[in-house]
Design a protein around this ligand. Sequence first.
Ligand code: NAI
Length: 334
Amino acid sequence: MNVAIFSARPYLHEFFEKANLWRHHELTYLESRLCEETAPVAAGFRAVCIFVNDIADRRVLTMLRGGGTELLALRCAGYNNVDILAAADLGLPVVRVPGYSPHAVAEHTVGLMLALNRKIHRAYQRVREGNFSLTGLMGYDMAGRTVGVIGTGRIGAIVARILHGFGCRLLLYDPRPDDALEAIGDYTSLEELFSESDIITLHCPLTPETHYLIDSEAIRRMKPNTMLINTSRGALVDTRAVTAALKSGRIGYLGLDVYEEEAGLFYADLSDEMIHDDVFARLLTFPNVIITSHQSFFTEEAMTQIAETTLASISAFEEGVPLAYEVTPAMVAP
Ligand code: NAI
C-alpha cells in the first residue's frame, strides 16, 4: 500500500524501513507538516501517516478523502489534533499507537524533575565556564516530598512507581483509578492534589474537559514554589497564567516537553531565526524553567514500537483485518 508520511525527519526513516522490510509498503517521506496547504500532496496515497503537530481538521480530512486516502495512521498516542467525528463522517478510519514505551515518557518526566530540583542545567553551564560556586544551586531531597500525579494511565502509573522508589508521598487523580496503585499512593480530589503537592505532573489526555486544567484558579490553590511538569499535551496548561505564577513565585519550577503553540516551533531548527512567539520567548528567560522539544517519547524502543504498530495497522487495513487501534467517535464523545 502506498503511504505518505508527513513530518518525517531523517531519524524516522531507519525505523520505518526496518519495520517495512517484510511488509513491502511503498513509503514516501515528506518533511512538511500536514495542513491545508500541504494536503494536496497526499492525493493518490491510500494511507497517510501523521504525528503530533500535523493538522487533521475537517477541511484537511475532506481534502485527503477527496484525494483517495482511505486510512489515517497516527504514529502517536494522543489524537487531539484530529477531528475524529469528521473522519467518521467521511468514512476515513483513524488508527493510532496507544502504548509505545510509556517508560520513555515517564523517565523523561522524572529527568525533568531531577534536573529542575538540582539545577543540573545551570550547574552544567557554570562548570564549563570555570564557575564552581554552589550559590543558587541548592535543591531538596525528593524522598518525603509530595508529588501529585494527574492521569494514572500507562505513563502516569510508571511515573508514580519510579517516584515511590524515591520515597515520595504520592497523591493521584484520575476519573478511572487504577486499583494497583492504591498500594503506593492515595487517590484524592484535584483540589487536595493542588494544595498539598510539592510537585505536580500531568499525564492525562487533552480533551475539552482537560483544556487549561492548569489555569490561574488551579495555580491559586497550589503551594508557593510548586514544581509543575507537563510532558503530556501543551494546552493542558494556560501558559500565560503559568508565566505570571513564575514571576510571583507561586510556581517555583517549570518543566515542559510540550507547549500549547508548539506546532510552529518544535522539531524545526530555528537557531538562525528570531522566535516570534513572545509568550514562549518569555518562558526561556526564567532560570527555573526547562523546556524540551516534545522529545519524551524519543527512545530507540519507542521508535521501534511506533514504526511496528503503525505499519501493522496499515497491513491489517489492507488485508481487511479488524483494526486493533482504531480511534472511534465513542472515544471523543463528551
Ligand atoms: P493512557 O490513556 O494510558 O492514560 C491517560 C489517563 O488519563 C487515563 O487513566 C485516563 O483515565 C486519565 N484521564 C482522562 N481524563 C482525565 C482527567 N480529566 N483528569 C485526570 N486524568 C484523566 O495514556 P498514556 O499512554 O499514559 O498517555 C498520557 C498522555 O501522554 C497522552 O494523552 C499524550 O497526550 C501524552 N504523551 C506524550 C508524549 C510525549 O512525547 N511528550 C508521548 C506519549 C504520550
